[in-house]
Design a protein around this ligand. Structure first.
Ligand code: GLC
Ligand code: GLC
Length: 827
């Protein structure tokens, strides 16, 4: 069953009924000002950091689920009836309803008793504000007298404090009202130099800024002011400041009218905070022109058009035309779009991530680059340098940092021993995309400490060395707190309810080892060796810091470590039919046929084969076969089998989940593409694409009543076969699944792969495909690609502008051509 449909032409998903199984959300803003919006206008906004600079309030896990948002009430002043055109919060049965989630905007429209209302919500590029453009059309036979009430609730900036520190917060809320604009200035009198504003293009009949005056006992579904049809002009004195404006309109039969609402964030410099300077009145000099600009409908329309063009240009960097509509839709529109959101938010703010718990993850953000780097390379560059600046002198990393301050913190623990390697993976992806070797010479501090700066390249070396300094009894990497799987906590031994698995450790950590990190080490080590060699020797290259010969020696040293680790995996990381997962604190095997439960895990099967471990000696093929046999389900590949049926003290959080959910044998979508890439590396296009399709959200649209999450973006998890709700997705939007699937389908299945020397064309596509077309902008050149199947294999014969190539790497032309035509014949 479906709740809407894809409008591929407009690059929109159209939701046709408001009561979706879960709120189906979208993101507004892609730079510094962000909003989350559901299909019924729920959600909230923030500036840069959902924890530290939150503009509006939202109550997570509400009843009904999604309450609190960007609300508009319409009131028919003849009948005194009122309703919400976005369905929430009044939930009147609307005659027509439609929500169009587009790229950086959402349009929610409906009709009720002949009154049509459509609101287009978006954040203009390069602005710290959001625009709501409301168009009301009177389809009745006679003139209608309407009242429009807008309503948002301000957050007192720090979202954590806002939801806990009521003894203070109920006394500090402050607003100003000037020229019909509502300014929210809580704490502006002291250390804040920012404020929010809410404005409207129409003449207002009144306003409210004290939430409880506006709502009374009616709550959001039945606000007293709206029922009465008249604002109270309340001025917040502490308690809960809000912004509501009342506009009265008479609309003739058949006529449409427009109102623009603006919610914005503004900063003043410390010495310009007040106007007049000795007063306590907010200086609005620089805010007013911005407000004036967007109060104008024409300017709002132009800003919207610019946003559309921006997204077209970002998406047009990579467009494909394959025989599969779900692939096309995801690659060309939604998966790329989701990669922008995961780049911006990491795992911090969605309807399932409160914006309080997690900033930008070190591991997560580096992986997010895989799906983002081609879209806005300059922002990827900045992110890499920010991440590296939170690295510790040991080579280890803070697990997360706060986007506003860019400082690492230990709130979600530290010593995740896989973390440092992801920096190498992220930097390698950046170099392959851009060829910008200068990034390696950027001076970057450790732990943001002034004076500790070293070239980025040195950070990568320390990342690698971090593992060499932490090898366990078998010569495999010690796992530390956990590796990629946050919930495999082998040193935790937590027996106290409520204790955080992320911050509690009861063991020294000198025994438990991770085969996953071993695989990651091999991948990262090979990248580092290649980077080392090229950095020193490539022409045109960076500063010649070390001569080629010594770089060669260094690189060979890295490769020797990788070879040694591969040998260790063969000896101690192989279980006969698949890769082991780990060794626990007693030196016992995790993920082995000898285990009672959790005999086989996906992570090592996926990551080792992706990293090329065991490709030659048959281990990879066996591991992938075992994966298919033991872990694959129709809804994706589960994390391990058999699921843990009880809590194991020595395994930690993984066994705390009921079987089939999350890391305990859920389909943790993030790691499915590793297996796809492994299959592609083995030359099995059918296998890779089969897995791709099982979790492709568009391909699951038909089962939306089971899947429940949005059909246009990946969710973190789909319940595994041990769960009573097998096939049900959870935690949509913010997941490494976005970047990894984008990377798997574009670079490994379609085989349009970035490399140091150029764009490599190496498709491993399904046998039934006759071919596909693609266009990919790469280092300033547009590659028009046509792949055609002439035989069943993956052997590629390439011509570039008619000339036959020796291999399958196409460097950007040296003669300045901006377009190349690449034909790939597969046989
Ligand atoms: C979450 C975390 C990610 C981790 C994964 C598996 O998605 O954000 O860092 O790797 O869970 O535990
Ligand atoms: C994993 C889970 C994530 C959780 C974290 C800490 O990453 O997937 O949801 O927040 O572990 O427990």
């Amino acid at each position: 069953m479906k709740y809407g449909y894809f409008d591929d032409q407009k690059r929109e998903y159209v939701i046709t009924r408001p009561d979706t199984p879960l709120p189906w959300i979208n993101y507004l803003g892609c730079q510094a000002y962000f909003g989350i919006i559901s299909n019924t206008a729920g959600g909230y906004s923030f500036y840069r950091d959902a924890r530290l600079r939150r503009l509006t309030r939202y109550r997570y896990n509400n009843v009904p689920f999604d309450l609190g948002g960007r609300y508009i009430y319409l009131r028919d002043n003849d009948s005194n009836q009122f309703w919400s055109p976005s369905w929430q919060p009044t939930r009147h049965k609307l005659e027509k309803y439609e929500c169009r989630h587009g790229l950086g905007y959402s349009i929610i429209g409906s009709e009720y008793k002949g009154i049509e209302a459509r609101t287009r919500y978006f954040v203009p590029l390069d602005e710290n504000l959001e625009v709501w453009q409301l168009t009301i059309t009177n389809h009745r036979k006679q003139v209608v007298a309407l009242s429009i009430f807008s309503a948002i609730e301000f957050c007192l900036w720090d979202a954590q404090d806002d939801s806990t520190n009521f003894q203070r917060n109920f006394s500090i809320g402050e607003v100003e009202i000037e020229d019909e604009v509502i300014y929210h200035k809580t704490e502006y009198r002291e250390r804040r130099d920012h404020f929010a504003y809410f404005a409207c293009s129409a003449k207002t009949a009144g306003f409210d800024t004290q939430r409880d005056t506006f709502l009374g006992y009616g709550g959001w579904t039945n606000p007293e002011v709206v029922g009465r049809g008249e604002s109270a002009n309340s001025v917040a004195q502490g308690w809960a400041p809000m912004a509501s404006q009342h506009v009265k309109l008479n609309i003739n039969a058949g006529e449409s009218q427009q109102i623009v609402f603006i919610l914005g964030y503004h900063e003043n410099s410390k010495d310009q905070k007040f106007d007049p300077p000795e007063s306590q009145t907010v200086n609005k000099k620089t805010a007013k022109p911005v407000i004036a600009k967007y109060r104008d409908h024409g300017n709002a329309d132009i800003a919207f058009e610019n946003l559309r063009q921006y997204w077209d240009s970002v998406l047009n960097i990579c467009q494909v035309n394959t025989p599969d509509i779900h692939t096309n839709r995801m690659v060309n529109i939604w998966n790329a779009y989701q990669c922008m959101a995961t780049f911006n938010m990491s795992r911090s703010a969605s309807f399932y991530e409160s914006g309080i718990g997690r900033g930008l993850g070190f591991r997560d953000s580096n992986q997010d680059l895989l799906g983002f780097v081609h879209m806005v390379p300059s922002r990827a560059r900045e992110r890499i340098l920010d991440l590296a600046a939170t690295q510790l002198p040991t080579g280890g990393a803070y697990h997360q940092y706060q986007p506003l301050t860019k400082r690492g913190n230990n709130d979600v623990g530290g010593n995740f021993n896989d973390d440092p390697h992801w920096l190498i993976i992220g930097v390698a992806a950046y170099l392959k995309e851009t060829g910008d070797w200068s990034i390696l010479e950027e001076a970057v501090p450790y732990d943001n400490a002034p004076g500790s700066e070293q070239p980025l390249y040195e950070h990568l070396q320390r990342s690698f060395k971090y593992t060499l300094d932490r090898l366990g009894p078998h010569g495999l990497p010690l796992i530390g707190r956990a590796d990629w799987n946050d919930c495999l906590n082998l040193n935790c031994f937590s027996d106290t309810p409520g204790q955080s698995f992320q911050t509690t450790t009861n063991k020294e950590g000198k025994v438990a080892e991770s085969v996953f990190i071993a695989g990651l080490f091999c991948l990262a080590g090979r990248e580092l060796a290649e980077i080392t060699r090229r950095r020193a020797c490539l022409d045109p290259g960076p500063k010649m810091q070390s001569p080629c010969a010594s770089a060669e020696k260094l690189a060979n040293g890295y490769l020797a470590e990788v070879a040694k680790m591969e040998e260790t995996i063969r000896k101690h990381g192989w279980d006969g039919e698949w890769f082991l997962r780990a060794y626990d604190d007693f030196g016992g095997k995790v993920g082995s046929k000898e285990c009672e439960e959790g005999k086989i895990f996906i992570e090592t099967q996926g990551f080792c084969t992706l990293a090329g471990v065991g490709l030659e000696n048959g281990m990879a093929a066996k591991a992938l076969g075992s994966t298919r046999k033991h872990l694959a389900t129709e809804h994706g590949i589960v994390l391990q089998q058999p699921a843990y049926s009880k809590y194991y003290l020595h395994l930690g959080e993984i066994s705390s989940y009921p079987p089939g959910y999350k890391e305990n044998a859920g389909i943790f979508c993030h790691n499915n593409p590793w297996v796809m890439i492994g299959e592609a590396r083995m030359g099995n296009g059918d296998g890779a694409f089969d897995y791709y399709s099982r979790i492709n959200p568009s391909a699951r649209e038909e089962i939306s009543d089971l899947h429940r999450c949005e059909p246009y973006v990946y969710a973190q998890m789909i319940a595994g076969r041990d769960a009573p709700t097998h096939g049900e997705a959870k935690n949509s939007w913010l997941t490494g699944t976005a970047a990894w699937n984008y990377y798997a389908i574009t670079q490994w299945i379609l085989g349009i792969r970035t490399s140091y020397d150029g764009l490599q064309i190496a498709p491993v596509m399904p046998k039934s495909w006759r071919g596909f077309k693609a266009s990919r902008k790469f280092r300033g050149v547009t590659y028009n690609i046509e792949a055609e199947r002439a035989g069943a294999g993956n052997k590629v014969a390439l011509t570039v502008d008619g000339a036959l190539m020796q291999d399958n790497i196409v460097p950007p032309p040296s003669d300045g051509r901006k377009q190349v035509m690449v034909r790939a014949i597969l046989s």
